[in-house]
Design a protein around this ligand. Structure first.
Ligand code: FPP
Length: 239
């Protein structure tokens, strides 16, 4: 159980990593690792929103992941469709809203239809938001925002951070904490704009084995960080 006194971050990102290594260490197929990762993701997401996290962004498929074998990509796309269909009821029961960030090109109709349907079915939910980053690349998100801005009628001299944020795939608050499992310590094109002042946490655990206790530890570590947002905190002088 997480300590009640801990500050719960508003927006947490998870870079899901290590499904393949988790599986190969157990003599299983990569697909088995993804399947285990998917069921764990559902469990951890619901747990996180129930802790009071209002936004949870999950990096589940990058634009670059299309470079993987056709077999793996096809498996993942089917997994998305099946999982979104089966999770929809649970997210509704938990009052969780589901949204997506990413480009729609390259995704097949089945995937797009399931994404639209879960978004529609959960759109009025209010406890928290799960943002699946699927066919997502942060540099593309920024380029796509710039294109929308260029086509809009906004006064370019008035463009500021808040306005720019409205042109992203979704208007989201800044990330407070980014967790990447499996021990890799890089962002891999995940929410560069939104993580400007995020704290980073890189547990060694592979995602399929990343449980509630590991998530609690991430929140504890976050609470130990001194967030200054570019300012300076002076020590109080004892008089
Ligand atoms: C990274 O691990 C994981 C992925 C690219 C896929 C993540 C997808 C899921 C957990 C399924 C999510 C399902 C839904 C419904 C959203 P990796 O394969 O790169 O692991 P490795 O680095 O050990 O090979």
């Amino acid at each position: 159980m997480i300590k009640k006194s801990l500050k719960i971050p508003n927006h947490v990102g998870i870079i899901v990593d290590g499904n393949g290594r988790w599986a190969s260490e157990r003599g299983l197929s990569r697909s088995a690792g993804h399947a285990k990762g998917a069921s764990n993701l559902e469990k951890i997401s619901i747990y996180a929103i129930n802790l009071g996290i209002k936004y949870l962004s999950l990096y589940v498929f990058s634009t670059e992941n299309f470079k993987r074998s056709k077999e793996e990509v096809d498996y993942l796309m089917d997994l998305f469709v099946n999982k979104f269909k089966s999770s929809s009821k649970k997210y509704n029961k938990e009052n969780i809203k589901v949204i997506f960030s990413g480009r729609k090109d390259n995704l097949n109709k089945d995937v797009i239809d399931t994404m639209k349907s879960i978004e529609k079915e959960t759109k009025n939910n209010t406890k928290g938001v799960i943002n699946f980053c699927l066919n997502y690349g942060s540099q593309y998100e920024i380029i796509d925002a710039v294109k929308k801005i260029a086509k809009s009628k906004i006064d370019i001299d008035k463009l500021d951070i808040e306005t720019f944020n409205k042109y992203m795939y979704n208007e989201l608050p800044p990330l407070d904490l980014v967790i990447r499992t499996s021990g890799e310590e890089r962002l891999s094109n995940f929410m560069l704009w939104q993580s400007a002042y995020a704290e980073f946490y890189f547990p060694k655990t592979y995602f399929p084995a990343f449980g509630k206790k590991d998530f609690d530890l991430a929140i504890e570590k976050y609470n130990m960080r001194d967030r200054r947002f570019g300012g300076i905190k002076y020590e109080k002088k004892s008089s």
